[in-house]
Design a binder for this molecule. Structure first.
Ligand code: OGA
Ligand code: NI
Length: 363
């Protein structure tokens, strides 16, 4: 009996100490400490990378493409629009894309609710181990090693295969799993549709990207609290996405900027649109016919911003190389295994030249 009680107490105190260590770590989340505090030194970017007070044109130049036109006579035109946007900007926005407006709204509501929950409901998900399959963290993947922290909290988890992933997803808000499962299934279908149109435009068979090259699906939800000095810090520093294709639901608050022709341009929030961007792997496979372009996120002092990116990418054991039929003279990149790309990407993610340089062939 005594040993039973002892065991119970021991179990209880072990659980309590796990929770305590989570609480301590969770205090790193921007949202846990930022209210009414000045911007800490460790969030101040050097003058050459901080956004400053420049008014960035919220742009009319990132193309907005109406996907409903892709079925029917205008298909070729839509394919051309996508390819052109992918070549010139690496980015486009999609409207009339078929993911129901109610589902987009409901998922955004659930994402916001998640970040608004009290810390007790989130503590068990906090982790600094990138291998954890569902984790709440802050700043970039390199929190412990980075010189400057980013003004964002982040929840991320894989979505495929759904049956084995979903049990690691948040249990609260109670409708999280149901809503987010429906949302990610629909968004993945849309991603595959875009990849089919891209394939058509490149002259590849329409299912070219449909199998292992798009097998991995990671949902990454960003929460950027209001910031005391947006001119000095960034929500996410400049980077390219390492995957094949990203579908971003950016809600109604601006913040995303894309580097184009030597300047940063803002991506205007369009209610219910998806912002789509080309990842590093699509640039490599298309042998530079499409571009993955650097982007960053600025903060604002008025309202919190929540965004959700669905990262569609290759399985880790996929071999990536420029598609032979897209090589005119010589390929720009060597063949490699996707997991080697990721190993090199994460420590260097703020420098796309260094990331891509390792896989480039000399001219
Ligand atoms: C990202 C990203 C943009 C945003 O998570 O890779 O670029 O608007 N996010 O949150
Ligand atoms: Ni990105």
């Amino acid at each position: 009996m005594i040993s039973l009680i002892f065991n119970q107490i021991f179990k209880l105190s072990a659980t309590t100490s796990i929770i305590n260590s989570h609480i301590q770590e969770m205090e790193k989340l921007v949202s846990s400490w930022c209210k009414n505090k000045p911007l800490p030194e460790s969030y101040i970017f050097p003058p050459e990378t901080r956004p400053g007070n420049l008014v960035v044109p919220t742009c009319n130049s990132i193309p907005v493409i109406d996907l409903s036109k892709a079925e029917g006579q205008n298909r070729t035109h839509t394919v051309q629009q996508i390819l052109k946007a992918g070549q010139e900007y690496g980015f486009f926005q999609l409207v009339n894309h078929g993911v129901p407006e109610s589902l987009m709204n409901e998922s955004m509501d659930v994402f916001k609710e998640f970040f608004e929950m009290p810390w007790e409901d989130k503590a068990m998900l906090y982790s600094e181990d990138p291998k954890n399959s569902c984790r709440l963290s802050t700043s970039s993947v390199n929190y412990a090693r980075e010189k400057i922290h980013h003004w964002r909290d982040n929840l991320r988890h894989p979505c495929h295969p759904l049956q084995s992933c979903i049990k690691h997803w948040p249990q609260k808000p109670t409708r999280y799993r149901e809503v987010v499962a429906t949302y990610t299934i629909e968004a993945k279908k849309l991603g595959l549709r875009i990849l089919e149109l891209v394939s058509e435009g490149l002259g590849l068979e329409s299912r070219y990207f449909g199998d292992k090259l798009s097998e991995s699906e990671i949902l990454s939800i960003n929460h950027y609290p209001p910031c005391p000095d947006p001119s000095l810090t960034l929500g996410v520093a400049k980077h390219c996405d390492p995957n094949l294709l990203t579908l971003l639901h950016q809600g109604d608050v601006s913040g995303l900027q894309v580097f184009n022709n030597g300047e940063w341009i803002g991506v205007e929030p369009l209610h219910d649109a998806f912002v789509v961007n080309i990842g590093n792997q699509l640039q490599i496979i298309s042998n530079n016919k499409l571009k993955s372009v650097e982007h960053r996120v600025v903060t604002n002092s008025r309202v919190a911003r929540t965004s959700a990116g669905l990262f569609i990418g290759p399985s880790e054991d996929s071999i990536i190389e420029p598609e032979k039929s897209l090589v005119d003279d010589s390929p720009f990149y060597r063949a490699f295994e996707f997991k080697d790309f990721l190993l090199h990407y994460f420590p260097n993610l703020e420098d796309n030249e260094v990331v891509m340089g390792r896989f480039k062939l000399q001219a």
